[in-house]
Structures are given as C-alpha cells and as structure tokens.
Design a protein around this ligand. Structure first.
Ligand code: DAV
Length: 382
C-alpha cells in the first residue's frame, strides 16, 4: 500500500535531477518488433541486411534485455529508490480503430516515451505511432494506485489523434539528405500539423520551465496543446529545435540537464541559436558530451536509435548519475564535472530504442517547483 500522508505527494517531480525516491523501470516481456507504418520505417542496420522482422521478439533477446533492466532496478533499489514495474501486456495483439490497423504493438521498455510526471500531475502523451496507440495500458494499474493513494495527485490524458493516413506526410521518408539539409529550419517531419501529436519523451523538465522538442514525434499543434494545458498551471512551455538533427525523436539523447546550471549537450545537434540564449542569459553552462564508444554502424542491428543513446543518463540526485557501463569517455567527463557516477550494463536494451533515461519514468523526487530562469524572454500560448 502506498503511503499518502507524507509532506511530499506520492507523485512529485519538477525536474530531471532532484533526489529520486520512486521510479518505474520498463520491461521487455512480450515485446514485439515495431511494425512498418506511416510514422515509422524501421530498418535492419548494415549494408544488404535482411528486411526488418515482424511479430514477437525472440525469447533470448527479451531475456537479455530483461536481465539488464533487472540490473538497473537492483541498482536503484540499493540506492534507496522504490522501483515499480509495468503490468504484463500482450503486444502481439494487432490494433484496430475506425481509422487504421497495425499488425502488432511494440513494448513497455520505454515508459519515458508515453508517461511524464509534471509536478503532482501524471500526463499520458497522445503518442505519434499506431503501434504505440495503447502503450499507456501497461502503466494504468500504477496510475490508478498513485491516483487512489493521494488526493493531491492529478491525472491528465492527452487527446488521442486519429493516426489516419492523412495525419502523416508519407513522402517525408523519401526526401534525400540534401533536401533535409535545405529544409532543416522548416521543422516538417512525418507527422502533419493538423492534429495534436506528442510523445512524452520530447519534453524536459526544469522546474517551472518545460522544454518541448519539435520532432518526428511531436508537432506544433502538440506543443500548442501543451502550452494551453500547462501554462494556466504556472508552467512556461518552450518549444526547442536542433536543426542539424534531420530525424529528431525524443529530446533525451540531445539536451540532458544534470543539475541546476548544467546541461549535457550533443555536439552534433546544437540547439537553435535564439533558444540557446535562455540558458546563457541565466548563467547555465552547456557542456558537450564526448563521442560515444559505439559508432552508428556498431549499434545493434534492430536498434532504430542513434549512437547518442550514450548520453541518455538517469540522475539519481544532483550529485549522482547512472551511466551505461561501457561509456568511459562520458563517465570521465561526469567525474570531472563533480558527479558520482554509477554504472550498469545496458547495451542489450538498445534494440528497444532506449537507454537509462528512456527505460524509466520518475514518479517522485525530493523536489519543489523552482524558477531556474528568472531572466527569460518568453512567449505565452497563442
Ligand atoms: O538520438 O536516436 C533516441 C531516442 C530514443 N527514445 C536518438 C534518439
């Protein structure tokens, strides 16, 4: 039974770094290969590689990932953090709505993509892909438990988009790289602007300020919905862009806050100059991550994410960060910045699209809402 009488509400997280008390760690049980659909064209890595598989992942790949997820859960438990897990879900079931069909669903490895804690509120994202339409389901039992346990907890579900063919821009996948370069400031990707679309992992929390990346998985209508929903609650929502990332999806391999005043940045994906100013004007340091140990070609064959999963770290506190075991150059940088660094092996989770931050959803941190950007030029919702 969850305690509800504490000074800190059962659900309480205002940023990405304060001392972690309770977290959900994902699970690979029942995972399937992500199907090809208008919002996703998964490809096996390597020249002349076989077509991308469909249906359930092999038991051996699931077991390896689950072992590493259990290792992360054990490390967090040893740090005094309460760890929760998703409910079993049959991802091999097809999805059918009046507007579309998908041959199977995906997995519950990355709760970060779907669920976000914003203060004392749980928000379920719209999602952007058909196979992930019902991905909130493995987390609903937990949501009800938190919601039942403490009247201070609120729960918001974003409007579900149709995910009909017309919601997607099919030719996006055919654009040559030169065209992507020429259009890098347009922020037009595989989802059109007609419906509200966002994945939770495109957001990053900085107290009363929330960044939202415009991406393949979050459109401008999605950002507008977030602004209008969150600003009356006292948040300021800032759209951000990383123009050199031609396939942006989720902000947590690109711009990763580690403590007040410090963001780990991706040297190949600088933030738009005008958006950088909010940080420099408020005395924040942006520190580039070192090159990852793996190249993009070395990533697991079925992994659809980039080598920058290296910087997808999880903060246990403003002084302590969990980093993938083999990422020594990043560990050295974190030591030099004054962090205690904990490590776990996590490579076998990469083919499910995420590393340590993606595979978790922080429920409670010892955290209050603060203003880390007193000098900010800010445009409210339109
Ligand atoms: O850099 O490939 C991966 C994000 C996974 N949720 C990248 C982004």
């Amino acid at each position: 039974m969850i305690e509800s009488s504490g000074a800190i509400p059962v659900v309480n997280a205002w940023n990405e770094w304060d001392t972690l008390q309770e977290v959900v760690v994902g699970s690979a049980t029942g995972a399937c290969f992500e199907p090809t659909e208008p919002g996703n064209r998964p490809q096996t890595r390597g020249a002349g590689a076989a077509p991308f598989p469909t249906g359930p992942k092999p038991a051996e790949a699931v077991d390896r990932a689950n072992e590493q997820l259990a290792g992360l859960a054990a490390l967090l438990t040893a740090q005094g953090v309460t760890v929760r897990r998703p409910s079993p879900h049959d991802f091999s079931q097809p999805v059918r709505t009046p507007a579309f069909e998908a041959e199977n669903q995906y997995c519950a490895v990355c709760p970060r993509d779907v669920m976000i804690t914003l203060g004392n509120e749980i928000l379920e994202a719209t999602m952007s892909r058909r196979a992930r339409y019902f991905e909130y389901e493995p987390y609903r039992k937990l949501v009800y438990e938190y919601w039942d346990a403490d009247p201070r907890v609120t729960w918001t579900v974003a409007p579900k988009p149709t995910m009909a063919d017309a919601m997607y821009r099919q030719d996006f996948w055919e654009w040559p790289l030169e065209e992507r370069h020429a259009r890098m400031h347009d922020s037009e990707f595989c989802v059109t602007q007609d419906e509200v679309v966002f994945d939770a992992a495109d957001m990053s929390r900085f107290g009363r300020d929330i960044l939202v990346q415009e991406s393949m998985t979050t459109n401008r209508a999605g950002i507008r919905w977030l602004k209008r929903t969150l600003e009356p609650k006292g948040f300021r929502v800032h759209p951000v862009h990383f123009p050199l990332d031609y396939f942006p999806s989720h902000i947590d391999c690109t711009f990763v806050p580690l403590r007040p005043g410090l963001v780990l940045t991706n040297p190949e994906r600088p933030i738009r100059e005008t958006e950088r100013q909010m940080f420099t004007d408020n005395g924040w340091r942006l520190v580039d991550a070192p090159q990852p140990v793996l190249t993009n070609d070395d990533m697991p064959p079925y992994c659809q994410s980039s080598k920058w999963l290296s910087m997808n770290v999880l903060s246990v506190s403003p002084e302590k960060v969990i980093c993938e075991e083999q990422e020594k150059p990043l560990q050295d940088l974190l030591y030099s910045l004054g962090f205690e660094v904990l490590t776990v092996p996590f490579r076998d989770v990469f083919e499910y699209g995420g590393s340590l931050h993606c595979a978790t959803w922080d429920i409670r941190r010892d955290s209050t809402r603060e203003d880390y950007f007193p000098a900010v030029s800010y445009r409210p919702a339109t």
